[in-house]
Design a binder for this molecule. Sequence first.
Ligand code: T5A
Length: 250
Amino acid sequence: MKDEKRGRARGNAPATGPRPGRFITFEGGEGAGKSTQIARLKDRLSAAGIEALVTREPGGSPTAETIRDLLLSGKVKPLGAEMEAVMFAAARADHVDETIRPALGAGRWVLCDRFADSTRVYQGEAGVDTAFLARLEAVAIGGYRPDMTILIDVSPDVGLSRVAARSGAAGSTADPDRFETDTREVHMRRRQLFLDLAAAEPARFVVVDGSAQTDTVAEEIWQAVRARFPVDLGHAGPAAPDADRDRIGG
Ligand code: T5A
């Protein structure tokens, strides 16, 4: 039944009907600031009259959140990187079916914290065959490719120190997840792979320097989004004032 639904529904958004929503994904290494900047962009869009749906991967639907718990706990690490890739793809397929496709079909904007590029980078770096990953991606996402991908680039030293500071903050119960505990060299290779993806698809990607202050990064992203979607946002008026906000979410 699910497969029938997928087979019928997958493909590019229809040319007729309500104006299709915009699908923006955020990518980058651990602690790059993706969650922080998604919250900032959501606020900017809201001030422009667009109520965006915020979602994340792995996760974003009840079944995918269950798979997330398995993946990030490390419980399925013994299955190997290839089978982890299969599980990320299964979570993504459900996320697309249950959350992303309905929202875009209703004309909503979707802001997604990680998507298929994370599999290309993380599971690709772990040695999973590129052609196998491409087949998994095609099955999982169908035609639901991002309209825009914002790569927040920071050195692993910066990103991991932020994650460590957050874990060490008073009241925090967060332990490092299965992927945060990889070696510095692995994080360095992932950073380069993200940059390679961005260089290969300049029409989709925007790369921003995530080591800058939160407000600076937010402004750069907002200007990039406005430039990418001038019909939707070109007459949105001045940017929402947010200088007095240190951070939202994260
Ligand atoms: N994964 C995921 C795969 O292997 N394959 C896949 O296909 C997918 C989808 C997900 C893990 O799964 C892997 C990748 C990941 O390892 P997660 O918990 O969702 O795990 O991990 P992340 O997405 O990396 O989430 P993080 O919270 O670690 O990073 P963010 O969202 O990039 O960072 P954020 O915004 O939470 O900020 C981190 C800290 O830095 C501060 C924030 O306040 C926060 O404390 N901060 C800044 N500080 C100074 N200056 C700035 N500009 C700052 N921006 C944020």
